[in-house]
Design a protein around this ligand. Structure first.
Ligand code: G3P
Ligand code: MG
Length: 242
């Protein structure tokens, strides 16, 4: 395992939500065609314990299903259409398993930021399953994944399970105490919404030894400003924004 990783300035957000249905294999394939180097996607557990790519807690916005994803088995979720909400051209697209996504990213040589979602109650199982799937499917010659989450306990469990993984501390708003928490997790990076980015803040976090990543940037002028400000990476729904 390398002791440091090289993350590009632009990371494609939610599998490429700007050019396909978010968190799907179809979007990831298009992202690659549009010159993506790294992909961020959201992962949560099905009722029967499989990690799948999905953002919301509820199925309603992006699929033909309804209710909580975590109340459904993988077999039930595979029956749903996760493409149509974006456009008819993607009808039939399924919710991918994490294993399918890891295999596709490995085949396309795309770096991965795996974000653990809605993991408060089953964070340990989500981490354990994810690490197993990465160990089984991710080739040694590719850059190891960056893992992130809003849920501190999930990241703390991840760190307990593996001393060497790269962790991004994901926060909705910045508080001074977060630096000590990022240190306790031996984080690689801090991930902040754009509303939390200031010149001073970026320098402060970087001088403490962390990369600063921000989301979600779909405007080229803003991306340019952030690059000049010294932000390390942006998450964008649009792989070829730059
Ligand atoms: O990890 C950055 C970003 O993905 C966090 O926001 O809600 O799009 O998962 P969200
Ligand atoms: Mg995310």
């Amino acid at each position: 395992m390398p002791t440091s990783i090289d993350v590009p300035f632009l990371i494609t957000h939610r599998g490429g939500a700007g050019h396909g249905p978010e968190n799907t294999l179809a979007a990831i394939r298009i992202a690659k065609e549009k010159s993506a180097q790294w992909i961020e996607f959201d992962v949560q557990l099905t009722q029967d314990g499989y990690p799948v790519l999905f953002h919301d807690a509820m199925l309603d916005r992006t699929t033909t299903g309804s209710g909580r994803l975590s109340d459904h088995t993988l077999a039930e979720l595979k029956e749903l259409d996760a493409g149509k909400y974006f456009s008819e051209a993607f009808a039939g697209e399924q919710i991918p398993t994490l294993e399918e996504a890891i295999k596709l990213c490995a085949e396309l040589e795309l770096g991965m930021n795996i974000e653990f979602k809605h993991s408060e109650e089953r964070g340990q199982a989500l981490v354990a399953e994810t690490l197993k799937l990465v160990a089984k499917n991710w080739p040694d010659h590719l850059t190891p994944p960056l893992y992130s989450s809003y849920e501190f306990s999930t990241l703390a469990h991840l760190r307990k399970m593996d001393d060497h993984v790269f962790i991004g501390f994901l926060v909705a708003d910045w508080e001074a105490q977060y630096l000590a928490m990022a240190k306790a997790l031996n984080c690689y990076s801090v991930h902040l919404p754009i509303s939390q980015i200031t010149d001073h803040g970026v320098k402060f976090i970087q001088s403490a030894g962390y990369k600063v990543l921000t989301f979600t940037i779909n405007d080229v002028d803003l991306a340019d400003k952030l690059l000049k400000l010294g932000v390390d990476s942006i998450f964008s729904d649009i792989s070829d924004l730059l």
